[in-house]
Design a protein around this ligand. Structure first.
Ligand SMILES: *[C@@H]1O[C@H](CO)[C@@H](O)[C@H](O)[C@H]1NC(C)=O
Ligand SMILES: *[C@@H]1O[C@H](CO)[C@@H](O)[C@H](O)[C@H]1NC(C)=O
Ligand SMILES: *[C@@H]1O[C@H](CO)[C@@H](O)[C@H](O)[C@H]1NC(C)=O
Ligand SMILES: *[C@@H]1O[C@H](CO)[C@@H](O)[C@H](O)[C@H]1NC(C)=O
Ligand SMILES: *[C@@H]1O[C@H](CO)[C@@H](O)[C@H](O)[C@H]1NC(C)=O
Ligand SMILES: *[C@@H]1O[C@H](CO)[C@@H](O)[C@H](O)[C@H]1NC(C)=O
Length: 404
């Protein structure tokens, strides 16, 4: 050959031939799809189209769902990663976002889609919160399809969290971002007791008297413990909130003083956000390409941005493109303890090293809006009508610090 193979490709060829891969993993050689026989126009193939690498089918991609794009991914998945479908519904998107692990009971909480037609939620009916016990998921992790074998329990928050969409551990409880409902129920931040009676308290519902658009996702800074959250227009784009009263932007709330400050703007649709393990970087996804009930805009952002977080002011600067995933759009975003970045995308969870190199995917073949680590080596992935449990080598960052 007239050119040198990149080191990563040589490595991957070695792994594939040595058959040292875990049972549920397969190597994806990106050179294999640099040149395709047929590349259709955007009206046929675009962000909404499932991408299946050359030589695979959707089924064979799903059969070995841990896709290794770079050797770094082998440490992340460990020697025996597993992916199990633990629950499914026919059309009601019960498994959407706000995936939160509560260590004292080892349960994973998640919420129904607040804006999907098939959920019947939004304007007249709030999305619900549900949970599973991870011990039940552990018990079936040797199966690929354990649908029906894991109990999904509704959590009767009281007063009810209205249209929850994002959530995080907060001072031993769970903080929810409520998207609001119609003109009269303002988007609000709620804190819920994760134990019965699941009592809730609203801790923020306005910006100097003005309603937020529809609060979306939240994360706690690992050092300052300030609350960072996104406000964006999905309630409007899903016909259950009025036209915007504020720009779509990222805010910080300082619990000790109550101060609410804008830390970053100039987004189309700021959505998921997280911090690197020591809090020096912030990652914010912009899902500007996803227009809810109004289709997609293929030229708008579908991008994970990285920012530097000022150690003195806590504001974001130095915006750079970290990744532009395809297919779909990057929604929820989380780091592991080594600073690798994971995001829920159109084909499952995609993973980048801290340099922004795609190193692998956990391929579900469907949109995974969000997911969460359950501590060491465990992950729950929400796929709208499908709920997945994964076991792997990596451990999620941040949660331990947020329990206090
Ligand atoms: C994207 O591709 C799908 C077919 O996969 C097509 O139905 C849709 O209209 C396309 N979207 C745009 C914006 O062109
Ligand atoms: C909500 O309720 C109103 C009034 O009862 C009704 O007209 C409307 O169709 C309902 N909207 C949805 C999305 O169910
Ligand atoms: C999993 O099993 C359920 C019934 O047990 C079935 O309806 C569903 O289609 C299966 N899903 C997959 C992805 O195999
Ligand atoms: C729930 O009630 C308990 C007991 O009154 C209280 O200590 C706790 O702060 C409450 N939590 C929330 C989120 O309202
Ligand atoms: C945080 O981590 C980054 C990357 O690992 C490192 O470059 C930086 O020096 C660390 N910052 C602090 C304040 O520890
Ligand atoms: C699509 O997104 C681009 C880039 O953000 C923007 O300039 C354009 O106005 C958008 N088009 C529509 C129809 O929203």
């Amino acid at each position: 050959m007239a050119f040198l193979l990149p080191a990563a490709t040589a490595f991957l060829a070695g792994v594939a031939s040595a058959q040292s891969l875990p049972d549920q993993a397969q190597v994806i050689d990106q050179l294999s799809f640099n040149v395709l026989e047929n590349v259709p126009p955007p009206a046929e193939v675009n962000s909404t189209t499932l991408f299946v690498p050359a030589g695979l089918t959707a089924q064979s991609a799903y059969d070995k769902p841990f896709h290794v794009y770079h050797e770094d991914f082998l440490d992340i998945i460990g020697s025996n990663p597993t992916l199990t479908l633990v629950a499914r519904t026919d059309s009601d998107p019960l498994f959407h976002e706000a995936v939160v692990w509560y260590p004292p009971t080892d349960e994973m909480f998640f919420v129904q889609n607040a804006g999907a037609m098939a959920a019947g939620t939004g304007l007249n009916k709030s999305a619900i919160i549900q949970k599973i016990a991870l011990a039940e998921a552990d018990a079936v992790s040797s199966l690929r399809n354990a649908s029906g074998l894991v109990t999904v329990t509704t959590v009767p928050s009281n007063p009810m969290v209205i249209n929850p969409n994002g959530a995080t551990n907060y001072r031993g409880e769970i903080m929810y971002m409520g998207e609001g409902q119609g003109e009269d129920i303002a988007p609000s931040i709620y804190v819920m007791n994760p134990l019965p009676p699941y009592n809730t308290t609203v801790v923020l519902n306005n910006y100097f008297g003005r309603q937020f658009n529809s609060l979306n996702d939240v994360v706690i800074h690992p050092v300052t413990k300030d609350v960072y959250f996104t406000d964006t227009w999905y309630g409007y784009l899903q016909d259950f909130r009025p036209p915007l009263g504020l720009p779509n932007q990222v805010y910080r709330m300082t619990p000790s003083t109550g101060a609410v400050t804008v830390v970053a703007d100039q987004f189309v649709s700021p959505n998921g956000l997280t911090f690197s393990p020591n809090g020096s970087y912030a990652y914010v996804t912009d899902t500007g390409s996803a227009l809810g009930f109004y289709g997609t805009n293929q030229s708008a952002p579908s991008t994970i941005y990285r920012f530097a977080v000022s150690p003195t002011t806590g504001k974001f600067s130095d915006q750079t493109v970290f990744a532009f995933p395809s297919p779909g759009f990057p929604d929820g975003v989380h780091c592991d303890t080594n600073g690798n970045v994971y995001s829920g995308c159109g084909d499952g969870v995609q993973v980048w090293n801290p340099e922004g190199v795609l190193i692998g995917k956990i391929f579900t073949g469907t949109t995974a809006a969000n997911f969460a680590f359950g501590g060491q080596g465990r992950m729950v992935i929400c796929g709208e009508t499908e709920l997945y449990y994964a076991t792997l080598g990596a451990t999620g960052a941040v949660v331990r610090g947020q329990m206090s």
